[in-house]
Design a protein around this ligand. Structure first.
Ligand code: UDX
Length: 457
């Protein structure tokens, strides 16, 4: 394994790091990627994780995995009510995590522990780490721009932008340009107060931390990082894109369907639209049908990830009209889970229709793939606005999810002259990423500062 070879060449630092990911796909992957970066720089790595969505250790034989009890019942272990799940994790894991840290700190057989690196959403880890006098660094797996919008929630509530009202959807939020009211990172929940509390704790305990790591890079979020440095006077390390520092091992919680790649191998360069909405987002049956017809009517080949649970109330693709798959005649391929990094890097892929989770967004930019944006909730709404209006590497589906709009958006991004600037712009951004990772580039330097900082504890 490349990462192990690099680590063997690198002098071992004799220091151990405890990493604690939030147990959701979009958070586990970047934490394990960060762990690989730190391992390659000489740290030994222990991953504390819940039993719920526990990561598969087989691709990471060089890490120690330490499971803790999360106390979640089967009905609670579902991302359907994500806010309740996150709140429960922050309550249930306090004692098990305390016990785990006590045991790890007392164990003198391993390298001495330098610090804890926890997901920003696991805010309870702040008090636990403090009780052991252990420095805590935060990994925020989303983008900086959406984080600043979360940090502005008290102001947004005070000014009445949230809770969002339909009549004000198009109104600009003058305090957070270029966001409009409809781009604010909200979520439909039965308990909005719980959501606001969760955000407030995340922000507060990030401010109280010893440092903040980002899967982003200076050139992408320069002005947001400047503002962040003013408001969060702690060391900040934008070291992303994490997965581009080395060849990554899979950290998928669902098995990758490798037929995605064999199918792509049969397609012409830049001809395929890849459609995938991450690991949590769910859509209505009516929307699912419109997506299906939009794809068919575009007359372009498509690879579509329909995760079981994507369509509310359905097991998988049974709401598709009878004869739909046969009618495609091989022009479309539907899978339950794709090896997304490989898919985006495949020469046949010409565009990505995405929900704009941060990982998907950054992965698409890394491969120079333009996007159709269909954000569902929280940070995705902010990311989509930045993709379409700041970085100008995608178009947002704004006027409702109907087959005519979809067909137009696909054609614009894939083939029409109107989309040419977008296709060029994403290649420019890809080039900037290559530069930021090279010797002397911003992320390269940021990794160096991060390693020196952590080693100084
Ligand atoms: C969640 C939130 O929804 C998102 O807004 C936040 O930024 C991170 O956490 P998720 O919705 O799953 O994440 O989206 P995303 O951030 O894009 O992460 C999904 C990950 O799963 C990506 O790394 C993607 O490569 C991977 N994936 C997705 C696959 O490997 N195969 C698939 O078929 C789909």
């Amino acid at each position: 394994m490349e990462i192990q070879r690099e680590a063997q060449l690198q002098e071992r630092l004799g220091r151990q790091l405890i990493l604690f990911p939030l147990p959701l796909q979009g958070h586990i992957s970047p934490m394990l990627q960060l762990a690989n970066i730190l391992y390659a720089k000489g740290f030994s790595i222990t991953i504390v994780h819940t039993k719920f969505n526990s990561p598969n250790p087989t691709n990471y034989p060089h890490f120690t995995f330490y499971p803790i009890f999360d106390g979640l019942s089967e009905s609670e272990s579902s991302p359907n009510d994500i806010i309740s799940l996150l709140s429960l994790l922050n309550q249930n894991c306090i004692v098990p995590f305390q016990e785990a840290l006590a045991q790890l700190l007392a164990d003198k057989s391993g390298d001495p522990i330098a610090c804890l690196i926890s997901d920003a959403i696991l805010h309870f880890t702040s008090a636990v780490a403090k009780s052991f006098n252990l420095p805590r660094i935060v990994l925020r797996t989303g983008g900086v721009s959406s984080f600043l919008a979360f940090a502005a929630f008290p102001l947004l509530l005070e000014k009445g932008y949230i809770p969002t009202q339909d009549g004000r959807a198009e109104e600009p939020v003058v305090e957070l340009p270029p966001l409009r009211v409809k781009d604010l990172p909200v979520i439909k929940t039965s308990n909005p107060e719980k959501f606001y509390e969760l955000l407030a704790s995340m922000i507060q305990e990030t401010k109280n931390s010893s440092g903040l790591i980002w899967n982003s890079f200076e050139e992408l979020e320069e002005s947001a990082l400047t503002k962040l440095r003013q408001d969060f006077p702690i060391p900040i390390f934008p070291v992303g894109p994490f997965h581009k520092h080395f060849t990554v091992s899979s950290s998928s919680l669902i098995a990758d369907d490798t037929s995605s790649i064999s199918w792509l191998n049969e397609q012409s360069p830049n001809s395929v639209i890849y459609v995938g909405f991450g690991s949590i987002a769910a859509i209505e049956e009516k929307e699912f049908i419109e997506i299906a017809w939009g794809l068919v009517n575009s007359k372009l080949p498509f690879l579509w990830v329909v995760r079981p649970g994507l369509v509310r109330g359905a097991e998988w693709i049974e709401p598709l009209p009878e004869g739909f798959l046969e009618m495609l005649n091989g022009r479309g391929h539907i899978v339950k889970w794709a090896p997304q990094l490989e898919v985006l890097a495949h020469p046949a892929v010409g565009a990505f229709w995405t929900h704009n989770g941060w990982n998907s967004t950054i992965e698409s930019i890394c491969e120079g793939v333009p996007m159709i944006c269909m954000p569902c909730f929280t940070d995705q709404l902010v990311n989509a606005r930045y993709v379409s209006h700041v970085w100008k590497v995608g178009v947002q589906l704004e006027n409702g999810l109907d087959r005519v709009n979809i067909e137009q958006a696909i054609k614009k991004i894939m083939v029409e002259k109107e989309g040419e600037e977008i296709r060029k712009q994403v290649l420019n951004l890809k080039e900037k990423i290559n530069l930021c990772l090279e010797l002397g580039g911003s992320s390269y330097n940021s990794v160096k500062s991060m390693v020196n900082y952590i080693a100084s504890f």
